[in-house]
Design a binder for this molecule. Structure first.
Ligand code: NAD
Length: 477
């Protein structure tokens, strides 16, 4: 791996995201030699930590690696802590001086990765100070943010306006970690390598597409956040839309960020708008109750959740496009908490007409995205490698199935390389928020009868009726 150089400034460097995802991902890059001598990480947060204490927390975050302690400590020597309050200008000046000192010490090329591992309400403030206190350098300056990117179209615009005052769109990297998942990244490659597969990905041959992002856990300790979000905002606007994008987009002429995003923009612009009547017909919501043994908490009894909360923990819906390729093909999507198991999958159901091409009618191709170790492709429920199938060939690259590269690792590599192919751009956000807002507005006018599904089930019955009305059914049921 070619070594990269940068100073990372992690806002929220004492937090959960930083310790659970970012430090382990950076450590993998360190082990791979992509981060070596010319990088430094500044963690910044409110607590008055010393460098030594911070480094200990970094090493502790690596406990899943069964590695030589010395290697971890060498890695941690690149970490520095600066206590910081997002509103205090003096702290940004201290941060700037520290970063500049580390530039000299580690010869980092004055490159900066500003990573916002803090609550989104601070994003605008931090960006404004980065600009006013002159933190940007003559190296590259890349800003990384994570969802939620607003809670509706209007607030997404406000957030974007605030960020745009300090960073250009080109400098902003919006993480959708599903786009960092190996199997999602493999879909475009697979389409390229299998002309037959790509040829039948359209309304002539596809009956319907199903995307499920199922979680077995409940809301756990994130009730406070979840009460402001719900499944529609938390999962559909971003992750589900982006996964659909990867399946449904036309093939770009070159697999390169600008070309990919141009095509994705077109796709999302062709989302078929919903009328309020269609929302009631095509989208259903649910909220979990206890399980059939009465052991688990219903959502309304979870910590930091209102006793009469109408926040949905499950959503299912039918999304359509009004373009030539996909007109009249339903994309059924579903995401819920407290489903029987954690599983993220895409099922593509083909129609009778594929028989003309010598493919078994009603073939189903399933991509397992998660859990990682289960990532695989099944054709009609059978591992594609064990069926003699011409539809999908993957001989050259079988290690995709046991490549354990974490989504965050892969996305940080992209950030260091300046490759935006796997990030969400503002145009895509605009289209998807506008689409989601119609559903949200309609839902907010009606009171749902919650709770309406037992924990450890596939959600409310209405999620099944949604497909049955069209003569279809969920492949995973
Ligand atoms: P957290 O509460 O664990 O960490 C928040 C961090 O912000 C802490 O380091 C805290 O010190 C810092 N902070 C808070 N107020 C501050 C202030 N006034 N000035 C300076 N620093 C301040 O939260 P988290 O779970 O790490 O999440 C951070 C962000 O990442 C959130 O926007 C969250 O939505 C997003 N996110 C988190 C995860 C995850 O897995 N934890 C996943 C996706 C997105």
């Amino acid at each position: 791996a070619t070594e990269k150089s940068a100073v990372f400034i992690i806002f929220g460097g004492s937090g959960d995201l930083a310790h659970r995802k970012l430090y382990p991902a950076l450590y993998r890059l360190f082990k791979a030699g992509m981060l070596k001598d010319h990088f430094a990480v500044i963690g910044t947060a409110r607590r008055p930590w010393s460098n030594e204490y911070f480094r200990q927390t970094v090493v502790t975050s690596l406990e899943d690696f069964d590695d030589d302690k010395r290697m971890m400590e060498n890695f941690a020597m690149h970490f520095f802590y600066q206590s910081h309050d997002v509103n205090d200008s003096d702290h940004y000046i201290a941060l700037k001086q520290l970063a500049s000192k580390l530039d000299d010490r580690f010869e980092t090329g004055r490159n900066r990765v500003y990573y916002m591992a803090i609550a989104p309400r601070f994003f605008g403030t931090v960006a404004a100070h980065i600009k006013s206190e002159g933190l940007k350098t003559d190296g590259y300056n890349r800003l990384v943010i994570e969802k939620p990117f607003g809670r509706d179209f209007k607030s997404a615009c406000d957030l974007n306006d605030a960020l745009s005052k300090a960073f250009t769109e080109k400098e902003i990297y919006r993480i959708d970690h599903y786009l960092g998942k190996k199997m999602v990244q493999e879909i475009p490659n697979l389409r390229r390598k299998n002309p037959t597969f790509d040829k039948i990905l359209n309304n002539e041959y596809v009956s319907n597409v199903q995307v499920t992002l199922g979680e077995s856990l409940g809301v756990e300790d994130r009730g406070g956040y979840y009460e402001t979000a719900g499944a529609l905002r938390d999962m559909v606007q971003n992750h589900i839309m982006q996964i659909i994008g990867v399946v449904a987009m036309d093939e770009p002429e070159v697999m390169e960020a600008d070309a990919i995003h141009e095509i994705k923009d077109e796709l999302f612009a062709s989302l078929k708008d919903l009328t309020p009547e269609e929302v009631s017909k095509d989208f259903v919501r649910g909220q979990y109750d206890t399980d059939n043994m009465g052991k688990l908490n219903p959502y309304r009894k979870e910590d930091k959740v209102e006793e009469d909360s109408n926040v949905e923990t499950f959503v299912a819906g039918k999304i359509e496009f009004k373009n030539d390729r996909w007109e009249n093909v339903p994309f059924y999507v579903r995401s819920g908490k407290r489903m029987p198991k954690k599983s993220s999958r895409i099922d593509i159901v083909f129609n009778e007409k594929v028989a003309d091409l010598g493919i078994r009618p009603n073939t189903i191709v399933t991509f397992f995205i998660e859990p990682e170790e289960g990532s695989s492709i099944l054709i009609n429920g059978i591992d594609y490698q064990s069926v003699k199938q011409d539809l999908i060939k993957y001989p050259e690259d079988p290690e995709i199935f046991n490549d354990a590269r974490e989504a965050y690792e892969s996305l940080i590599i992209d950030i260091l390389a300046g490759d935006k192919a796997n990030f969400t751009l503002w145009e895509e956000l605009k289209s998807t928020w506008k689409y989601i807002d119609v559903i949200r507005e309609q839902w907010d006018k009606e009171s749902p009868k919650f709770p309406n599904y037992l924990s450890n089930t596939m959600g409310p019955d209405t999620a099944d009726t949604l497909l049955e009305k069209d003569g279809n059914s969920w492949i995973w049921n």
